[in-house]
Ligand binder design. Structure first.
Ligand SMILES: C[S@@+](CC[C@H](N)C(=O)[O-])C[C@H]1O[C@@H](n2cnc3c(N)ncnc32)[C@H](O)[C@@H]1O
Length: 406
């Protein structure tokens, strides 16, 4: 990071490695640095961070100070000496709450500190309301419901890395209801093709987008060659990107069209161009005439065919057969795609990796990427092995493969 005083802290989601890679892809390693195991520091003001498109960052906060200690008494002393004065300058009633991550404290101590802070603020004559503290962290619903990120609200975020502690004020928090609404209310979902969470779709698109500059003069066209029910294309549309989907199944193509049409009713101004068609990704010819007419930059983002859904690890013979077939498809698809897309096109595909007894089993096509015409993108803070989206108990995980066309 160029500046020694980062302005913002990002609290990363369930798999922090994905959040780090996402931030690094968009803002570059010179603006982002990991902080402890759950956060990243950004050399950007919170307002410069495109929070709405981040799938793997759950909160963005403005850094107030960095204390050279993780001792709770030092943290409490800072809060009690600094914040009451700040609160006194707020007009109207202040609502506040405290969330602590990796701090050396417990819920009772934190609740006591919050109460002391409330009393200290009251003593300045300011009007104040405190949300109840039952755990070390306030839930997103509590923060949103109590408007703690609004003008008269404060969520004080305390994050330790084991040595130092950052004290920050939350500016944005993931709106879980909005994600749930656009996931569950869309006309077509299909458990069989898998339920790609919208947040993961955003992260896939961000990894495919790469560095964003506020003055990117041309638009972006997102191709998803395995579009299924259209989650990736929905999220791309919400980023105001042009979208192009194809899928081998006519039913899925119709699902994507219907879901995008439904999205139009909620967000009529999002996205200008869309094209959805039937196509076998291993041999389809995509029509990129839109790139010529619009000067848009192409990116490829999607979740490929993950093989048959599995609830338990099959016999090694059965698993080898599944992996062989899925690998063949990916090999043919990547070869076909490479012949049609411009050099330097960025790609992020969620591809399957299977949770073996001890480790993840990867598609063998990963060993032939450069022969197929691709370079794998590496990240400063996230190793390739960590770019795997996986939930406890799942046999089929999603490996996020980030490439550029040679
Ligand atoms: C895991 S799903 C993708 C789901 C998608 N992310 C969504 O939002 O619903 C994989 C999709 O790949 C499609 N598919 C399977 N083989 C294909 C092929 N050879 N060419 C194109 N699509 C294929 C399936 O029909 C399925 O819709």
């Amino acid at each position: 990071m160029e500046s020694p005083t980062p302005q913002s802290i990002a609290l990363l989601g369930r798999q922090p490695a994905l959040g780090l890679a996402e931030l690094e892809a968009l803002y570059g390693a010179e603006k982002v640095v990991p902080y402890g195991s759950v956060a990243a520091l950004l050399d950007l003001a919170p307002e410069q961070i495109a929070f709405d498109r981040l799938g793997s960052t759950i909160r963005i906060a403005r850094i107030l100070t960095t204390l050279p200690s993780n001792n709770w008494r030092d943290i409490e002393r800072y809060l009690l000496t600094t914040l009451p004065e700040k609160a006194a300058s707020i007009s109207g009633k202040l609502s506040f709450g405290i969330s602590a991550y990796n701090a050396q404290t417990n819920a009772q101590k934190l609740a006591r500190t919050a109460l002391l802070l409330k009393k200290a603020i009251k003593a300045t004559g300011a009007s104040v309301r405190m949300v109840p503290h039952k755990n070390l962290e306030l839930g997103a619903a509590t923060v949103l419901y109590n408007k703690l990120t609004a003008q008269n609200g404060w969520e004080i975020l305390i994050v330790s890395d084991g040595k130092s502690t950052i004290i920050a004020q939350t500016v944005r928090i993931q709106d879980i209801d909005a994600y749930a609404a656009r996931d569950q209310a869309r006309p077509h979902r299909d458990a069989k093709v898998g339920m790609l969470p919208p947040k993961l779709a955003q992260t896939i698109i961000n990894l495919a987008t790469g560095p964003i500059t506020s003055n990117e003069s041309t638009g972006i066209l997102v191709l998803d060659p395995f579009c299924g029910t259209g989650v990736v294309l929905q999220e791309a549309t919400l980023m105001d990107y042009d979208v192009y989907g194809s899928d081998i199944e006519a039913r899925m193509v119709q699902y994507t069209i219907d879901n995008l049409t439904w999205l139009d009713t909620l967000y009529p101004q999002a996205g200008d161009y869309r094209r959805v068609e039937i196509g076998d990704a291993s041999k389809h010819t995509w029509n990129f005439s839109h790139l010529n007419s619009s000067q848009a930059r192409l990116i490829v983002a999607g979740e490929t065919y993950l093989g048959q859904p599995l609830t338990t690890l099959p016999s090694s013979e059965h698993l080898s057969k599944i992996m062989y077939e899925v690998n063949q498809l990916h090999h043919r698809f990547l070869k076909n795609l490479a012949q049609q897309i411009p050099s330097n096109t960025r790609i992020c595909l969620a591809i399957p990796a299977w949770r073996g007894k001890r480790e993840f089993l990867h598609l063998s096509v990963l060993d032939y990427l450069s022969d197929l015409g691709y370079n794998r993108v590496s990240f400063k803070y996230t190793s390739q092995d960590n770019l795997i989206y996986h939930r406890e108990g799942q046999v089929v995980a999603r490996e996020l493969l980030v490439l550029t066309k040679q």
